[in-house]
Design a protein around this ligand. Structure first.
Ligand SMILES: [Fe+2]
Ligand SMILES: [Fe+2]
Length: 186
């Protein structure tokens, strides 16, 4: 995996996500091995160029929506799931789905999807205000952790004039979050 990723910072992040996912799974009575595997392999395509992401996704007949064509970096999530299967023989569809949903979230999230989404945002190598407190929240209550991370993500988008993906908005709505007005017309 370290060779496949090819960069120490991204490798370190992947280990951080695997360990954080394992902690979250343990705290909430979920399968720690599945959480660790999904965390380990979630970012296999994260360092690929835009052109490579689009080309490799097309080669595998992955569906690319309008958002993915404008922001190809998000393709690393569904493509990462394909690489986990092809190169590491991961066959567990629940693990692969958690990898697919880790960047944008989704209207429908299983507990494992949630664990990986949160671990990606909250692993210890990520440095931003409020991270540790949000991780404590997530260890106590996955739903509260999701609301905290999604609210902070939407606030970040609003502050920078960025458009969130329809999947992230659907995910936020599923958690009962009021979407900031300026994001609805972005
Ligand atoms: Fe990622
Ligand atoms: Fe990541």
């Amino acid at each position: 995996m370290r060779e496949e990723i090819g960069q120490e910072a991204r490798y370190r992040h992947s280990i951080g996500v695997a360990r954080t996912a394992e902690r979250l799974a343990m705290a909430h009575g979920l399968d720690t091995r599945r959480a660790r595997l999904a965390g380990l392999f979630h970012d296999l395509a994260r360092l690929w160029s835009r052109d490579r992401l689009v080309a490799e996704a097309r080669r595998r007949h992955l569906t690319l929506d309008a958002f993915a064509l404008v922001y190809p970096v998000v393709i690393h999530a569904p493509l990462g799931a394909e690489l986990a299967r092809e190169r590491f023989d991961i066959r567990d569809e629940g693990v692969l789905d958690a990898i697919r949903k880790h960047t944008l979230g989704d209207a429908h999230m299983t507990p494992l999807d949630v664990v990986i989404y949160l671990a990606d945002a909250l692993e210890p190598w990520r440095a931003y205000d409020g991270r540790a407190a949000m991780l404590e929240t997530a260890l106590r209550d996955l739903g509260a952790g999701m609301r905290a991370v999604l609210e902070s993500t939407l606030a970040h988008h609003a502050a920078r004039g960025l458009t969130p993906s329809p999947k992230t908005l659907a995910c936020a709505r599923a958690y009962g979050i009021a979407i900031p007005e300026e994001l609805l017309h972005a």
